[in-house]
Design a protein around this ligand. Sequence first.
Ligand SMILES: Cc1cc2nc3c(=O)[nH]c(=O)nc-3n(C[C@H](O)[C@H](O)[C@H](O)COP(=O)(O)OP(=O)(O)OC[C@H]3O[C@@H](n4cnc5c(N)ncnc54)[C@H](O)[C@@H]3O)c2cc1C
Length: 483
Amino acid sequence: MSFKPRETRMKNEIHTDVAIIGAGSAGLYALREVRRAGRDFLLIDSGPLGTTCARVGCMPSKVALHMGAAWAKRNTLPALGIRGTEGLSIDHSAAWARLREQRDHFAANAAGMTHSAAGDKLLAGRARFKEPTLIEVESATGSCYVRARSVVIATGSRPVTPAWLEGIRDRTITTDELFELDALPPSMGIMGLGAIGLEMGLALSRLGIRVVGTDLAPNIGGIADPVIAEHARSRFAREMELWAGVETRLERTDSGVLMHTGDRKAEVGLLLAALGRRPNLEDLGLREACFPIDDRGLPHFDSATMQVADLPVYLAGDVTADRSLMHEAADEGAIAGYNAARQIPTRFARKTPVGIAFSDPDIVTVGARFDSLPPQDIIIGTASGDSNGRSRILDATESVLRIYADATNGRLLGAAMLATGGEHLAHLLAWAVQRRETARDLLNLPFYHPVIEEILQSALQDVVRQRPSSAAYPMGLAPADRS
Ligand SMILES: Cc1cc2nc3c(=O)[nH]c(=O)nc-3n(C[C@H](O)[C@H](O)[C@H](O)COP(=O)(O)OP(=O)(O)OC[C@H]3O[C@@H](n4cnc5c(N)ncnc54)[C@H](O)[C@@H]3O)c2cc1C
């Protein structure tokens, strides 16, 4: 399909080189590239500014986890001889107010960056396509039309709230509302135990809220590796009620919601729906503007260029419904912005996938997922916190790491873990996978003692031991370069 814009001019039509719809993380990275290329632009956002990540996503959720960890720490102190913890108390409203203070700081920073990068080219209003490069923008003061040479769609996503929650809508919140609560209820149900549901369930239970978490899927945190999944289930079942792999029914009661399965029931004050996120596409009028879309309403796009079919239109961030993470939104925004500012799109290499649930012990997936690898083609190197000195000191003996290596050459393909400090191991492993390192070569790098990274060393050694070897040198040593 070769796209030609119509010649007719609309009333209130503004012309620009690149229109960016959405001033979230992806949109701001796109804007940086468009500005770098010296192209004219308009940044359109319906508000509020400040990005999902800073306002209701990555940042406030990590503050909540940090607070939960701080309060839960008191339970471990008596074993260290520290007395008097029973005299401590927590003011949930004050804790949540502090969370909002930190959140406001992050969001104000992001909003400030938006204003200083876009200046008077920030157009406040809701965008809807008339044609692939003609956008109607409705604002409080009326509507105008933006005609652009190219467009970046970076409209993000929103929490899914299915129709079956309708009867208890007033007792159900999403992460858009969670951080706005004035007071935390004594008990909460979490529907959906992916990374977001699990993180929030743990943060709340560590803050002393009774939490019942449930998911249709048996594996929590989106883990594909059955060994890690089992460890995670039994580890976190000690902190919150976990009903995984079951259908939970919900009934309104006088003061809350009754959650029940065949043989279990619990009444909670409030439900958090953490049932996934839906891309903000429906209101963009893509079908009417003749975009090529699939039956889910998603435009066809190439993840190396972010281009939609062969239109001068690019997608970036959560709106793609793929890799819904902040660092991916940033990369996609940069790719989309770079290409939108040029005639011919460049294909960019995408980075090794990494997923982290900051559940402490963290749930981590790096590179190829377990269920995508034929068992006969891989070697699995395993190590646990039980035999890692630093993990013992930190009371983190339940950590477990599984590395998947190519059976033919020992090259790292992926990994999964439940580990204290997993967020850091995740990076080392992702860098190694992306650089196509082998287990043997990685062992030639230094490992300090006593550190959590020694778990990685043990798992790599386990890979090397399982491979046929003719190496004359000790594991972890290479001969000096004689040249
Ligand atoms: C609770 C939670 C925790 C998370 N934790 C993490 C984490 O730890 N690590 C991580 O990597 N990711 C995390 N994420 C995901 C991360 O926040 C998102 O991947 C990221 O923020 C997506 O950025 P975006 O630019 O695509 O969307 P957004 O930041 O949502 O930006 C979209 C923008 O588009 C605007 N918009 C929408 N529709 C229109 C329209 N029609 N017209 C004009 N403007 C419009 C909106 O106003 C918004 O400003 C978390 C998410 C949540 C909800």
